[in-house]
Write a protein that binds this ligand. Sequence first.
Ligand SMILES: [Zn+2]
Length: 199
Amino acid sequence: MPEKSPTIWTAEHFIGGNPAIDLTNTVFTRHMPADDNDLLNAPQDVGNWLEFAGLATRAQANAISGILDPEFLENVRKLREASFLVFDALAGEKPPASDALGLLFEQAAEGFATHRLRPRATSATPEIAHFDDPKGIAAFLAVISVEASIVLPRRRLHACPRCGWLFVDTSRGGRRRWCSMQTCGNREKASRHRVSSNR
Ligand SMILES: [Zn+2]
């Protein structure tokens, strides 16, 4: 497989309103699956993502980048997809699949049981014992998803009708429709404009 250049994370990738939701959005789009749809293509992408999300320092992100275990990326993607299934169901006001929720709880629990994660006094988000530990990183991502599945206001969780990215609507009126006005909102307006000017 040819090496891909690392994903450059920007604020546009972090519109979910919660790190667990942002993690589900680490694909270009949910509606047009393509071979190169993924934004997580190497341990480095995972490390840089955690750093951008404010969940790791540069040194910690570098430790993640150095993970050589080939199963690491596969496992992170698997967790992300389980997380997507859970939150996409909730956004559609449906009960999430037990299998997907079970995988997240299982990996989260294992992280604590094996001391890869350390509980904190001040936050539900645990500390990662070793950032070069692939199972610890995966367990951490599972924990933030489990936490979000419990605490996020479900009625405020939505899927962008254009790209399928998920977000928590924190606007006062609760009428946010798009992942972002800059991308999908404007594209929708532009396509409507094209339709009406063709008439
Ligand atoms: Zn969108």
